[in-house]
Structure formats: C-alpha cells, structure tokens
Ligand binder design. Structure first.
Ligand code: SGN
Ligand code: CA
Length: 525
C-alpha cells in the first residue's frame, strides 16, 4: 500500500512538474514570440530638409522638383501637416529625438554642447528590451553614440564626397557620394539584421541637404534648365518685425557666399578650409564631372555682372538648383530602402518614419538656414508608413513634435516610457484618430547666440492659430495670427487692439513653461 501510495505520489508529482515545465516553456515561448513580433523601426532623418521641398506637402516647388519616393511613404501611410521641433538647430534636435525631452532637460541647448550619453534614450530602452539597434550617418553629438549595437557615423557635419566614416573601431575614407554610402551601409546592415528573430531599429541619418548643398555625380545637371518660383517674401524688408529679424546673418543677399555656397570657384579662390572639405575632397573624375557642370555657369555669371535685385534672384535660383538636387539623391535612396522592405516582406511589421532635424528657409523672408520660431524652420516634415496599422493616404493636422518620437517608439514596443520624457505617443494619430484632448500648444526655445547666423535667443508658444515669441535678451515680443498671416509678415504684439490675445498668449507661455519646468531668469512679463 505504502509502495502504491509512493508510486501515486511520484506519478502525480511527475505530472505536475511536467505541466509546470510545459507552462513555463509556453510562457517563455509566449515572451519570445511577443518580442519577435514587436514592430521594427526605420527612422530616416535628414539634415535641414524643408517641408517646402517635399512634393507631398504641395508647395510651390512640388511640380518642378518632385520627391516621388518620400511621397510614397505618405501614400502608404500618414502625412503630418503640423510637425514641429522644440529648438530648430541640429544637435539639440537630435538630443530631443533620442531623449524625448526639451533642451533644458537633456542639457543640449546648442550645437556647441556635448551630448551626455549616460542619459536614458529610446534606443537604449529598445536595446535593453530585445531590439537590435543601429545608427548610420550623421550624428553630430560629439560624444560616442550609446544605445546602439552598431554605429557608423560621419565626423561632425561630415563630407558630401568621399566622406570619412567613423565606427567603434576605426575611421576610414569611403569613396563615393555620402547619401548613396549611408544608404548602402544601411541596406547592408538590414540584410544582416532584418531576418533574425529580434526586432530591429535603424536610425538612417543623412547629411543632405545641409549647406554647402553639394549635389551628387548623378544629379549635377538635373535642374539646370529650370527656373524655380520665388517665395512671395523673398524681398522682405522686416518692417513691423523686431531687431532679431533685422539683424540676423542668414540672408541670400548678404550671407550666402558666391564662392563656397554657390560654387563660383576660381583659381584664385581655390584654397582655405571650405575648399578643402568640399571640392578638394573629390577625385579627378568627380572634379571633372563637377567642372563640366559649373565651368559654364561660372563663365556665364562672370559675363553678366549682376547686381542688386537681379543678383539676389540669380543666387536664389542657384541655391534652389543645388539644394533640390541633393534632395533628389535622398529621394532615390529612400526608394531603395522602401524597395528593400517591400521585397523582403517587411512592410507590415515595420514603421518607416521620414523626418528632418528641422525645417529650412528656401528664400522665405530672403533667408536660408533655420533657428527662428517662424514656420519654415520651426516646422519639420513628417511622414510615416506601417502597412496594416497606419491607414494609407491619411493626413493629420494636430500639433506634433520631435519630442514625441521616443514615446511613440516605446509605445509601439510596449515599453513603459520613463517619467522624465516630455512628449506624447503618436500611436492614436497614426491609427487615424484625431483625439479631442490632444495638446493645443507647443513650447519652443532657441539658445545659440552669439553664433553663426546671429539669430537672437528666443522662446515662445504656439497654438494652431496664434504664435507668441519672446526675444528675451532684447525684451522684444512678436505675435502672429497664422490664419490671417501665414507668412508671419505682421507682428501684432504692439497693436492695442490685440491686447486681450496678447495677455492670453503671455499667460499661456507662462503656463507651458511651468508645465515643462523651464526657468528663464531673463524673462520679463
Ligand atoms: C555650419 C553651417 C551653418 C549652419 C551650421 C549649423 N555653415 O556652421 O550654415 O547653420 O553648420 O547647422 S557651413 O559653411 O559650414 O555650411 S546644423 O544643421 O548642424 O545645425
Ligand atoms: Ca540641421
């Protein structure tokens, strides 16, 4: 009997243990499946890509310089019409993307700062939760990248031709054109990492279309026969705007340089640091192709003797031809990435994001560069696709920001976002809903002064219709009605009929600063 009981107990415990093991295994396999099913992320980031230069945004340039592959993303998914940045300058924007925080929280206020790579970032959290992560292309944060299984970066701003590429182990010169090279390397990485059981996250970060807008060998003559429409305010006189708009150093007229920006190199000017990091980097064949395009342009320019308004118009046309041709290369390379995902059956489980570190002036207000809280540089393009999850061909007008990427990606991966992050997950918007309780205002703060382009420090708040800006070191204010005055040509702040709007927006600025924990000692209310 005792023996029988013992046998019964043994069998029972065996069955129980067996069941427990099966349960544990199936729980484990559920976890594994869950991780394997987590969506992949391909984050394509450009440098200084104005939304006005993406045909999906139907701007004045859309017909002459279309971007069919970038538009494909919007056709397959969503186009955000009101995407903004927290601080319109390169490295701070990148720090905001990685950390999901404003500049005063992540400490990266200007391009002169060094990123504190010990901070919590979304790539680190994805990596810790089973993702394979990589960053390929422009980095610009000075400290070595953290949170990536693999990284290959350009030093600083990088080079267009035969760029230096830094990896964790060495630096080498890679022959070719930077936009193609970054894509080649990204496709190689995808080929090795997109088929395994782990989800992947790739940050593919182009240098283009950053100044000096050096077009690639395949596009040297692309737009040479076209005349691009000018913006209505190319000859803005800044009346009714304040000191900052009048004293900036980013105008096509005064700042844009004929030699280095517009490539009117002569034997006498072919020297110096800009020459060394542009034309001088090309090999003989690349230089010969370049010269075949630019020599007749130089000769023609020298024969014309342009001055005044005509010279500004000529510079604007040259600027557009170069800038937009660098984007054509980006567009074709975006096409290669989309093709890869399609051909490898990855579109249903992969979110593709296309965005830029900030917007850019394409002659609006007579300018190039960025930094100001005016629309062209405060806004940034944002397009996403994720087949089966984002409905195709939808648009969204709600206020979204580069602050939101970190939380969006964590939400997709079902990872709890840390308290410190200050954005919002875009997932509901991506699903096609327009939540009524979405944010109504965005906070902006630009800090890089004195610096290149001389844009004064300012902060501000914007809603869908009204925008308030404070150049606090000058104690000058600007208030715009974006519906009546989308080009921001008329500052309403000092008009007494707008007193109540002024006080409502000033109060709003105070409140949004409190919300985000901003302390600006020199603010003067
Ligand atoms: C360089 C550019 C500037 C540009 C800054 C910051 N000059 O200094 O025009 O504003 O980078 O750009 S250049 O002659 O070197 O091109 S950012 O995108 O990195 O913020
Ligand atoms: Ca930039």
């Amino acid at each position: 009997m005792k023996k029988q009981l013992y046998r019964y107990w043994l069998t029972k415990s065996f069955i129980i243990s067996f069941c427990l093991i099966i349960a544990a295994c199936s729980e484990k396999s559920e976890i594994t499946t869950e991780v394997a099913k987590a969506p992949n992320i391909v984050f394509i980031f450009t440098d200084d890509h104005a939304y006005q230069a993406i045909s999906a945004y139907q701007s004045r340039l859309a017909d002459l310089a279309p971007t069919p592959n970038i538009d494909r993303i919007a056709d397959n998914g969503i186009l955000f019409n009101s995407a903004y940045v927290t601080n319109s300058i390169c490295a701070p924007s990148r720090a905001t993307v990685l950390t999901g925080t404003h500049s005063h929280v992540n400490g990266h206020r200007t391009n002169g700062d060094t990123f504190d790579g010990s901070q919590i970032t979304f790539p680190k959290l994805l990596k810790d939760n089973g993702y394979t992560t990589a960053l390929i292309g422009k980095w610009h944060l000075k400290s070595a990248p953290t949170g990536f299984d693999h990284w290959e970066i350009l030093p600083g701003q990088g080079h267009y031709y035969n760029p230096d590429i830094i990896s964790a182990t060495d630096t080498s010169i890679v022959e070719g054109y930077v936009t193609d090279i970054i894509t080649d390397k990204s496709l190689e990485w995808l080929a090795e990492n997109s088929k395994g059981s782990k989800p992947f996250m790739l940050m593919l970060q182009h240098k283009a279309p950053h100044r000096k807008w050096e077009k690639g060998p395949a596009h040297l003559d692309l737009y040479e026969d076209l005349t691009f429409p000018e913006p209505e305010n190319l000859f803005d006189d800044y009346s009714s705007r304040g000191t900052a708009a009048k004293t900036q150093d980013m105008s096509i007229e005064k700042t844009m340089d004929l030699t280095s920006d517009l490539k009117i190199w002569t034997e006498a000017t072919k020297k110096g640091p800009v020459f060394n990091r542009t034309y001088a980097r090309m090999n003989a064949e690349q230089q010969a192709n370049w010269d075949a395009t630019y020599d007749p342009i130089i000769a023609d320019f020298q024969a014309q003797g342009l001055e005044g308004k005509e010279l500004i118009q000529w510079k604007y046309q040259r600027y557009m031809k170069d800038y937009l041709a660098t984007i054509r290369s980006v567009d074709e390379n975006v096409g290669r990435v989309l093709d890869y995902l399609e051909e490898n059956g990855l579109t249903e489980n992969t979110l593709v994001v296309y965005t830029s570190d900030q917007g850019f002036y394409l002659g609006e207000h007579g300018w190039f560069d960025k930094r100001f809280m005016y629309e062209e540089s405060f806004r940034t393009p944002l397009l996403m696709q994720w087949k089966g999850t984002i409905p195709s061909g939808i648009t969204n007008d709600q206020l979204v920001s580069n602050l939101d990427f970190a939380q969006t990606f964590l939400d997709m991966a079902k990872i709890q976002a840390p308290e410190r992050m200050q954005g919002k997950s875009l997932l509901p918007l991506m699903a096609g809903s327009k939540p009524e309780n979405w944010r109504e205002f965005l906070y902006y703060h630009y800090y890089e002064f004195p610096a290149v382009h001389s844009v004064r420090k300012h902060e501000g708040v914007t809603g869908e219709r009204y925008k308030l800006m404070h150049f606090y070191e000058l104690d000058e204010w600007e208030l715009y009605d974006l519906k009546e005055d989308p080009r921001e040509m008329k500052n309403l702040y000092y008009e007494s009929s707008y007193d109540s709007l002024k006080s409502a927006m000033t109060d709003r600025l105070k409140r949004i600063k409190m919300h985000y924990g901003v302390i600006t000692p020199k603010s003067n209310y």
